[in-house]
Write a protein that binds this ligand. Structure first.
Ligand SMILES: C[S@@+](CC[C@H](N)C(=O)[O-])C[C@H]1O[C@@H](n2cnc3c(N)ncnc32)[C@H](O)[C@@H]1O
Length: 284
């Protein structure tokens, strides 16, 4: 594996981002030939380990478009972000946010315009939260930041270089499609970071896409993990620490970890949430 590029890091702040857990995840990553991350989100783990061969995926079309545009058109993207930076104010934020309310007009936007819109909104909205309503419309409010890093050129260029100088397949769809890859087998490693099982209704957040990820989805995901296990594929899965998840994965190795999370409505729980890391292999 090539030396790590310190300029490569997540471009988007993503709910459930794993930056705070990297020190605990890193030692659990085995040696592998191909890396799979079917719920890529902000990509904190991918961009930390920087594998030379990877298949990444997310069901969120806007997010995957951001990665494709960073790969293929980084300079056009940076140019568009400079336009947003110049115009940035509360009224402009709501104008850009509102673009997805008119589907016909929205479909006319180019891939670069859509990607720049997501990055701009992510840098300027409240808490950097990518949140959509049931119609799939971006609905986080204005974040009142004094000096948001909207253009982020260094990171965009570093990410573009990483995508282009390595064998990274970027896919958009359901995670199961990625796991069906006929080449997946011994030597493959899958890191799964699905939307978490809510630990209480007040702190639940499953609004990444218009469809949430409920109990049945967690059970279906565990069945996919069993299939990987039968094929001899190593997997590591993150989830919240709750009885449901711990019972579901009782046949695997479970490590409890503490994550600092800003997104929690209960102030006393803010900052320390127990999460679990589940794996099907002994450490190398
Ligand atoms: C917890 S986030 C991933 C966080 C990420 N690992 C990070 O460090 O930023 C979960 C992701 O799963 C995606 N997702 C939800 N349902 C999905 C599905 N059925 N297939 C693929 N991705 C899905 C969401 O769009 C979201 O980006």
């Amino acid at each position: 594996m090539a030396a790590k590029d310190p300029l490569i890091s997540p471009i988007l702040k993503w709910v459930g981002g794993k930056r705070q857990l990297l020190d605990q995840i890193r030692p659990l990553i085995p040696k592998f030939s191909t890396y799979y991350e079917p719920f890529i989100g902000g990509g904190a783990v991918l961009f930390d380990i920087q594998p030379s061969k990877a298949i990444i995926n997310d069901s969120n079309y806007e997010l995957i478009n951001v990665y494709n545009v960073i790969k293929d058109k980084p300079e056009k993207l940076i140019e568009k972000l400079y336009e947003h930076k110049e115009k940035n104010c509360k009224e402009y934020f709501y104008e850009v946010r509102g673009l997805d309310r008119d589907k016909k007009k929205y479909d006319l936007l180019s891939d670069v315009e859509r990607a720049a819109r997501i990055i701009y909104l992510n840098k300027t909205c409240y808490n950097g939260l990518f949140r959509v309503n049931s119609l799939g419309e971006f609905n986080s409010p204005w974040g009142k930041y004094k000096n948001p890093n909207i253009t982020n050129e260094t990171t965009i260029r570093a990410l573009s270089g990483y995508f282009n100088s390595n064998n990274i397949a970027i896919k958009c769809g359901d995670y199961r499609e990625v796991l069906k890859d006929i080449n997946i087998g011994e030597g493959s490693f899958v890191y799964l970071d699905p939307p978490y099982m809510p630990i209480s209704t007040s702190s639940s957040f499953t609004g990444y896409t218009a469809n949430g990820f409920g109990e049945e989805d967690q059970i279906a995901l565990k069945e996919q993990c069993d299939i990987l296990n039968q094929k001899g594929v190593k997997f590591l899965l993150s989830n919240s620490s709750c009885k449901f998840i711990e019972d579901l994965y009782k046949d695997y190795i479970i490590t409890k970890v503490c994550a600092k999370r800003a997104i929690n409505v209960k102030a006393d729980r803010r900052g320390e949430i127990d999460e679990v890391l589940v794996r099907n292999y002994e450490l190398d």
